[in-house]
Write a protein that binds this ligand. Structure first.
Ligand SMILES: Nc1ncnc2c1ncn2[C@@H]1O[C@H](COP(=O)(O)OP(=O)(O)OP(=O)(O)O)[C@@H](O)[C@H]1O
Ligand SMILES: Nc1ncnc2c1ncn2[C@@H]1O[C@H](COP(=O)(O)OP(=O)(O)OP(=O)(O)O)[C@@H](O)[C@H]1O
Lengths: 218, 218
């Protein structure tokens, strides 16, 4: 079964630990700050937690870190520590190393030392937020490919009162309605063509981005 | 057309500005640090940028901030500034205020002062990363509701060489295959039942989470 080691117990690192631990995966939490190590144990966000300096290969080796298949380097603000730790993990044979970056330069450096994946939460969430704010009629979006998406949206007012088949959505917009529902907790998947749409109802649709825009905006 | 004001030009705030600006929306960027205001103009991440202290309602009013429909408070580490700014915006009549939090307590306080939406990038991306690492066969996931999802995954080896209809996926797993493709840039949406699946091919499927797990894991 998959085991994870998380180095750095800031907010990001702790969130990674607690989610993995909640999903019942084995997590080894590491930080050089004793307080954070103790807190991780006390709050039960990991099975094991060790205080060590991850820039020291021998310390990592002794703690068995090189036996893990996946390591997450959650050290954002200490550039040198983050880079050296990532290098140590790759040289120690950890097959998948994910590292958190805190700047565009940091992203480049992490890739240079072999990080398999780099995340930059502030920037990535800033972009995601901006995109979700510019499509208010679209509540959530899944990109199938650059031209097609599945989106969750609200029934446009002009269809309120019509049945699915009567609204002619597939013919007019080349869009398939995958689900309808009054709230996200009870979607009717693959709904009956005679289902009557009402104002404020949620719908999940699949189509080209262009057709989706036409459908939601006009 | 929608206009946005972003207060706080840290990494998150700048990413919000630059994404909105790139999508051709009007953005007013604000910070109390003159250097960051100048840099926003120089880097063209906003149409307008103003230096002001957002804890001062008169300064916000004078700059026309209360005329915006959406404001993003991107002040993470200064708790008081973030809370007071959010309160000022809601009292000044801004209809949608999104604020960035830097701790669980910060999240609560922002909601108390009326933030319409709160984002906590480090924690949210930590959870998202942990989830994506524990489902390596699932490349991307869209939750339709708590029990059903649409996921992008790789054709399980046992189906390689079979046609879609011949693989009997719908009957055995109650899963519909929405698309197949060799890479994310050219999905075949609503594929032909006679399409032959091959190893390494991507597929987008819809079903209950339980059935998806059975399908991807056994
Ligand atoms: N060499 C090291 N060995 C082990 N832990 C380290 C090392 N260097 C830094 N850390 C730890 O990494 C943790 C996270 O670092 P830092 O606070 O810079 O990250 P951050 O990315 O800003 O945090 P957040 O996730 O809250 O945004 C700190 O708790 C720090 O003690
Ligand atoms: N009262 C204020 N008025 C205007 N700008 C402010 C005010 N208080 C703080 N700021 C600005 O908010 C910006 C972001 O603040 P801070 O650096 O704490 O956020 P952060 O969330 O840590 O940033 P990042 O997005 O990089 O993670 C800073 O550039 C700061 O100058």
């Amino acid at each position: 079964n998959q085991q994870f080691v998380v180095i750095g117990l800031g907010r990001f690192g702790r969130a990674v630990c607690s989610t993995l631990h909640g999903l019942r995966y084995e997590v080894l939490a590491i930080d050089r700050d004793e307080k954070l190590v103790d807190r991780a144990i006390a709050d039960r966000v990991a099975d094991h937690a060790v205080r060590l300096d991850s820039t020291e290969p021998s310390a990592l080796k002794e703690a068995g870190v090189f036996e893990f298949d996946t390591a997450i380097v959650a050290i954002g603000n200490y550039l040198a520590e983050s880079i050296v730790t990532t290098l140590n993990l790759k040289e120690g044979g950890v097959s998948q190393v994910v590292a958190k970056a805190s700047s565009a330069t940091h992203v480049k450096l992490l890739k240079k030392v072999g990080a398999d994946r780099v995340v930059f939460p502030e920037r990535e969430m800033g972009c995601e937020l901006a995109r979700s704010l510019t499509r208010p009629r679209i509540l959530d979006r899944f990109e199938l490919d650059p031209e097609h998406s599945i989106v969750e949206t609200i029934v446009p007012e002009r269809f309120a009162g019509k049945t699915l088949v009567g609204s002619n959505i597939r013919q007019q917009y080349r869009i398939s309605v995958l689900a309808v529902g009054d709230d996200e907790t009870k979607f009717d998947i693959n709904p009956d063509p005679l289902h009557q749409l009402h104002a404020g109802e949620l719908m999940v649709i699949l189509g080209s981005n262009e057709d989706i825009d036409r459908f939601t905006n006009c």
